[in-house]
Design a protein around this ligand. Structure first.
Ligand SMILES: [Zn+2]
Length: 196
């Protein structure tokens, strides 16, 4: 799978060296998989000139976790090589990256999970990460995905975030939404829905 991805980047005019920042909302396999690539049997950073931003809490949690062989494998091939190369910056859950980009703590899916707030030219958007996996959780915030580390905390986070986003001009960009990827949160009875 490395080939098509890197070919896409190259054809879009983005040599790997041109990427200066990589942000991991959390450290699940599908959110760190492109951090590295396999070259001659060794996992190396895909973007050799980038700073890789990872949550300090998130990193420490999975580093110290015992009994999750799947996560140990993910850290070994997609996170440890970044740290070993000196490219990892461990940041807080409310870290401000630049004037336009900042992190929003959305804990529960994982212990250090963040979403990404974008403010640009008077408009605002939020990239969810995985605090919501599917728009059905906008109507039923109490529904957790099996990947949520702490389902109750994840539920509280969805209620808080949906309440904050509701009926506001914030484009919500779902990381895993199929069909319409983005829309606005609007009130719908006791809960909410995604207006696209
Ligand atoms: Zn996840």
């Amino acid at each position: 799978m490395q080939g098509p991805f890197l070919a896409d980047l190259a054809s879009a005019g983005f040599p790997r060296e041109s990427i200066d920042t990589v942000l991991c909302t959390h450290l699940h396999v599908d959110h760190v998989g492109w951090n590295t690539m396999l070259v001659d049997g060794k996992w190396v950073p895909t973007f050799p000139r980038a700073r890789y931003l990872m949550g300090r809490v998130e990193f420490a949690h999975w580093r110290d976790e015992q009994g999750r062989d799947d996560m140990a494998a993910v850290l070994a091939d997609s996170v440890a090589p970044i740290a070993a190369a000196g490219l990892a910056d461990l940041v807080e859950t409310d870290h401000r990256i630049c004037d336009e980009l900042s992190l929003v703590p959305t804990i529960g899916h994982t212990p250090g999970h963040v979403s990404v707030r974008i403010n640009s030219q008077g408009e605002e958007a939020l990239i969810t990460g995985d605090f919501i996996h599917h728009p059905c959780q906008i109507a039923r915030p109490e529904w957790s995905s099996t990947a949520d580390t702490d389902p109750r905390e994840a539920h509280r986070t969805r209620e808080r975030m949906l309440g904050e986003l509701c009926d506001r001009p914030v484009l919500v960009i779902g990381t895993h939404f199929a069909g319409a990827t983005a829309g606005h949160i609007v009130r719908d009875g006791d809960a909410y829905r995604l207006a696209v």
